[in-house]
Design a binder for this molecule. Structure first.
Ligand SMILES: [Zn+2]
Ligand SMILES: [Zn+2]
Ligand SMILES: [Zn+2]
Length: 174
């Protein structure tokens, strides 16, 4: 059994910094790395990225923006994957279940995970002007929240933090 990290590419400084989402960078590199890691995670679980699952992930990886299920569905339909909503929903559910994509509740949309296979409590920084989404690792936030919850005797199992605001480019344009 190959472990999830087994075939991952060497760390890329650009992709490792969540701030890359808000700046000009070699996104093809980012996307290819995330897709390769996602493939490894799925194979390690004895599953596979079927063509529709893989294409859905590629569509989400095209930019650092979250896409609604209907946007994904329209793209898939245009590419001949069928225009029935369950086609897109099933693929998105699979990606979400295996941590390859995250649901951004505030936007009712999905974003590809850039750290598939790593344990993380994502903190999403969502630009309300351009819809770009950066996924910060959230280590300090999750530690703080876990500590806070512990004072209530509450054991946190999952958390996702979503912050709304303006990215650097949109602040400069305002
Ligand atoms: Zn990128
Ligand atoms: Zn993630
Ligand atoms: Zn923006």
């Amino acid at each position: 059994m190959v472990d999830a990290e087994g075939s991952s590419a060497p760390a890329c400084p650009g992709c490792a910094t969540p701030a890359a989402a808000f700046s000009t960078h070699d996104h093809a590199h980012c996307a290819a790395g995330a897709l390769a890691r996602a493939g490894a995670v799925v194979r390690a679980r004895g599953l596979r990225l079927t063509p529709v699952r893989e294409r859905t992930l590629q569509i989400l990886l095209e930019s650092h923006r979250a896409l609604g299920a209907y946007d994904v569905l329209h793209r898939l339909a245009a590419e001949g994957f069928g225009n029935q909503p369950p086609v897109a929903y099933r693929a998105l559910d699979f990606l979400e279940e295996h941590g390859l994509a995250h649901r951004i509740r505030r936007l009712n949309a999905f974003a590809a995970c850039l750290h598939p296979g790593e344990v993380h409590a994502p903190v999403f920084l969502i630009c309300t002007a351009c819809n770009r989404v950066a996924e910060a690792p959230g280590t300090t936030v999750s530690a703080a929240l876990t500590g806070e919850a512990a004072t209530f005797g509450f054991a946190v199992e999952r958390m996702t933090v979503e912050a709304l605001g303006r990215c650097p480019a949109c602040q400069a344009a305002a």
